[in-house]
Design a protein around this ligand. Structure first.
Ligand SMILES: *Cc1c(COP(=O)(O)O)cnc(C)c1O
Length: 431
């Protein structure tokens, strides 16, 4: 696997890196001349090392050289004088702990600017506030349930026109894009059907048709460990920090990232105006989680690969982009460094699926993913219950689909537990 190769040793990425660094440097010169942050922060610069090194490497200028970034648990900041205002005044607008997190994220997401907000859905809400009534959005037909709900709200209450189409089909996107399209929202892989969308092809086609249209990628399923949508031509990437970035199911957060600093400033204005920036304590907790992202993610992904092979060997219909039999295997391998830790499979029998889910011991019945613990769910009754049954049927959503979100436990224990649950549920297992 190529996932351990430092990015700057790959020639085309090295060229991209150099060009991007120049862009950021030239944009930084236009900064408003505010004094340097008194707080520790990672300098905003292109990463120099492989991502597993970058995520644990932070640079700061804390006066006591603290190894962990301090939590600035304060709502206000006193000013030196009326003529000498500091960088921070009110935590809704900015806080040193959050700034540190955002600069660290910008580095690992290959962004010019990253922003941290109160949840993944908030991230999409902030982006959606760039839209005006009458403008159009193209989104996938296997979208995350919460995103689906938010888009529906915008359609019903804010006059935004939303087209749900199969975004894995580039031609379908080309046919739907028109002069009113202002946002194309992509997920790859989708969840839980694990459909793969060619982000670079969709971004290129969209920008050719409507240059000002924003291509937005929800990268929650891959995390920056596996994919950096900004390098594939996306204008905005966001993800739920609640999942892999945090990794412990003890915090809710969302992150947004852009290359273009003007766009970044527009997003910041929405966050500042609405007050949804991540709190100092949660910013600190998220930074702490990110430090172990690489070890967690690698183990989760390795475990998932073994479990996918186990399910396949028992002739289940398995949805996982690490299997060569997956129709999106080639596209996924081109744009991502690995298959991730979420997979799903079918039994073609809803009561049987329900019994399997309820018979596991190690696998917790829970929504969400990216946690150190393994989780099992029946999406039609859980994460996707907010999509009404008629709509699910129209989109051919398989009601018997079981989703597995793989944690860091011993893989054999996970397989044994699944096997026992299947036997208990009455699956005829191949010997
Ligand atoms: C969880 C999730 C979200 C929403 O994030 P929250 O932090 O729960 O608000 C968005 N997209 C995907 C793909 C998710 O899995």
């Amino acid at each position: 696997m190529s996932r351990d190769i430092p990015l700057n040793t790959v020639p085309c990425l090295r060229r991209k890196a150099a060009a991007f660094q120049q862009l950021v440097m030239s944009q930084n010169q236009n900064d408003n001349g505010a004094p340097p942050s008194p707080a520790p922060s990672s300098p905003r610069s292109f990463p120099q090392y492989a991502v597993d090194t970058e995520i644990v490497t932070t640079e700061g200028n804390d006066q006591y050289r603290s190894s962990s970034v301090p939590i600035y648990q304060t709502a206000t900041f006193k000013q030196e004088s009326l003529s000498n205002m500091g960088e921070y005044d009110y935590t809704r607008s900015g806080n040193p702990t959050r700034s540190h997190l955002e600069r660290h994220l910008a580095k690992i997401m290959h962004a010019g600017r990253a922003l941290a907000v109160s949840s993944g859905m908030t991230a999409l809400d902030v982006i959606a506030r760039l839209l005006q009534p009458g403008e159009e959005v193209i989104a996938g037909d296997d979208l995350y349930g919460g995103s689906n709900r938010l888009l529906k709200y915008l359609r019903v209450n804010q006059g935004i026109i939303v087209h749900h189409i199969d975004t894995t089909d580039v031609d379908a996107v080309k046919k739907t894009v028109n002069s009113k399209t202002r946002m194309v929202l992509l997920e790859s892989p989708t969840n839980p059907l694990i459909k793969i969308c060619d982000i670079e092809a969709v971004a290129t086609a969209t920008h050719e048709a409507v240059p000002e249209c924003l291509v937005v990628v929800d990268n929650t399923m891959m995390s920056p460990m596996n994919m950096r949508p900004l390098d594939l031509g996306a204008d905005i990437t966001y993800e739920s920090g609640t999942k892999f970035l945090c990794g412990h199911h003890d915090l809710m957060a969302g992150v947004l990232a852009v290359k273009d600093l003007v766009l970044g400033e527009r997003l910041f204005q929405v966050i500042n105006a609405s007050g949804c920036g991540l709190s100092p304590f949660d910013s600190w907790l998220l930074l702490r989680g990110i430090k172990t992202l690489a070890v967690r993610f690698e183990k989760q992904q390795n475990n998932a690969e073994r479990i996918a092979a186990f399910l396949k060997s028992h002739n289940f219909e398995v949805y996982y982009p690490g299997l060569e039999s997956h129709p999106g295997y080639n596209v996924h391998t081109k744009q991502s460094l690995g298959p991730g830790a979420v997979l799903s499979f079918r039994t073609h029998d809803l009561p049987l699926s329900e019994r399997i889910v309820e018979s596991t011991k190690l696998w917790g019945i829970s929504v969400s993913f990216g946690c150190v613990n393994s989780l099992i769910s029946l999406p039609c009754k859980m994460s996707h219950a907010s999509i009404d049954p008629k709509e699910r049927a129209e989109r051919d959503f398989p009601e018997d689909l079981i989703r597995l979100c793989v944690g860091i436990e011993n893989p054999q224990d996970l397989i044994d537990d699944l096997l026992a649950a299947m036997v208990k549920a009455g699956v005829e297992m191949k010997k």
